[in-house]
Design a protein around this ligand. Structure first.
Ligand code: URA
Ligand code: CA
Length: 456
């Protein structure tokens, strides 16, 4: 194939057209073509409509492993990179591909830090039906989510854990591309998701990366097969750049935790950390991801040892104490741990009744996330203000038997006018039928550089 040199691509839109044509027709692009495309787009030299056409061509044609790697490296190098080498120990970053009621970071960060593994976490805000850790933390009065680089490193050194919002100078190409993908129907592409996630992880400086790849009704990957493909693509990229990467493939067939919404999810995280409640499924995913993080960090001999150690840190109160230390270190009110009334909760509450006797057959997790957004917990567009005390708490899970009139969920909002549409969304998200339904499998397996281990 003919390959444009970076010199001819730069500032010459005919060369951009060549790249679009090559991808449209299924030819492989050279690494320099991809890196130049990303450089020029990030610099504002290429209009959105050309990149949009390119992204749609990638959506349909896919990318080779070499192209995906080139795209990831170009995005990772589009801005600043974080240097964590001054922090002693193996730094392991965890990233979820996104879901509903995925409160794992709030539990995992203090839990893994309590085991002595430094957790340096950059997190994002919620968009559409998915929540974001930064929004959840801001529900805690006083909590600061924009730490300077110095504060971030100082907190890490002092208490072993820090969580900050992703600054715009980390992988800025991803920020721009993601916004364009969001409005051009090009989110659900394995090479585009893999490069988006891995570019940020590489720029954020961790030594090792643990990915939680979601599959199901509330995930970008609707089938386990696609989730495994996405996981393998990301593991390959991590391996290529010398950062050991492992993926857990887990189910997002229904909300992971019970709470969907910012304050409500903080409350559920505190319940898990305190051992006073929360969804057992959320606890199980946290222990599973955490155990792998301990093994990756060299702090546990094997998965079982890591799992037991973390379960001990939950029951001893050490993980909860680390959470309180994290809250205090970032300016938040650590008394929320014992006095939950300090978290804002919306005043108007309404149960959504089950329409008939029967079993919960299926749930549409994305639609439940959408219902929480309608109540004020999430944003439809970037920058929109949210109601930190709004959301919903699920009162059932797939497989449960319910009688007509029993609550499916409890809605929380500051604006009662929002209740009817949200109640309708929750009701339509749950399929109730006469036949008993099995509970979905939660952890499907793992993918490492050695291959996929997915239970049949
Ligand atoms: N999460 C990301 O960071 N990027 C994607 O493209 C999808 C999920
Ligand atoms: Ca997760």
């Amino acid at each position: 194939m003919a390959r444009a040199s970076s010199a001819t691509l730069r500032g010459d839109n005919m060369r951009v057209v060549d790249a679009i044509l090559a991808k449209r027709d299924g030819r492989e692009l050279a690494a320099e073509e991809i890196s130049e495309l990303i450089r020029a787009y990030t610099a504002g030299e290429i209009p959105d409509y050309q990149l949009a056409a390119f992204l749609m061509a990638v959506y349909f044609r896919g990318m080779t492993a070499a192209e995906t790697a080139a795209l990831t490296l170009a995005m990772a190098g589009s801005g600043a990179t974080v240097d964590l080498s001054a922090i002693p120990g193996v730094k392991v970053d965890k990233h979820s591909t996104g879901g509903v009621a995925d409160t794992t970071t709030l539990v995992l960060a203090p839990l893994v830090a309590a085991a002595g593994v430094p957790v340096a976490k950059m997190s994002g805000r919620g968009l559409g039906f998915t929540g974001g850790t930064i929004d959840k933390l801001e529900a805690i009065p006083g909590f600061r989510t924009a730490l300077s680089g110095d504060e971030f490193r100082a907190n890490l050194a002092a208490i072993g854990v820090a969580i900050t919002g992703q600054t715009p100078d980390i992988a800025p190409a991803d920020g721009k591309l993601y916004a364009l993908r969001d409005v051009t129907g090009t989110i659900e592409s394995i090479p585009l998701i893999a490069s988006s996630v891995m570019s940020k992880k590489i720029a954020a400086g961790a030594d090792k990366i643990l990915l939680d790849v979601k599959t199901g009704s509330g995930a970008f990957m609707k089938t386990a097969e696609d989730a495994v493909k996405l996981a393998a693509t990301m593991v390959d990229i991590g391996t290529l750049v010398g950062r050991e990467t492992m993926a857990v493939v887990s189910a997002m067939d229904e909300p992971l935790g019970l709470a969907v919404g910012n304050s409500l999810e903080v409350l559920e995280a505190i319940d898990i950390l305190a051992g006073t409640g929360g969804a057992p499924e959320l606890r199980e995913v946290c222990l599973t991801l955490g155990a792998h993080m301990l093994v990756l960090a060299g702090r546990a001999a094997d998965f079982a040892a890591g799992y037991d150690r973390l379960a001990d840190l939950l029951s001893s109160g050490a993980a909860l104490a680390k959470f309180a230390a994290l809250v205090a270190a970032q300016g938040g009110d650590p008394a929320v741990v014992a006095d939950r009334a300090r978290l804002p909760l919306a005043a108007h509450r309404r149960d959504v009744p089950c329409p008939a006797d029967g079993f919960v057959q299926a749930a549409d997790a994305a639609r439940i996330g959408y219902a929480a957004m309608l109540l004020g917990a999430g944003r439809e567009y970037k920058g929109q203000a949210i109601d930190l005390g709004a959301g919903l708490v699920m009162r059932c899970r797939i497989g449960d038997r319910l009688a007509a009139g029993q609550p499916l969920a409890t809605l929380y909002t500051s604006d009662p006018a929002k209740i009817p549409a949200a109640a309708a969304a929750v009701a339509s998200a749950l399929a109730i039928g006469p036949a008993p339904a099995a509970r979905p499998r939660l952890i499907l397996g793992t993918v490492t550089a050695a291959g996929a281990h997915i239970a049949k």
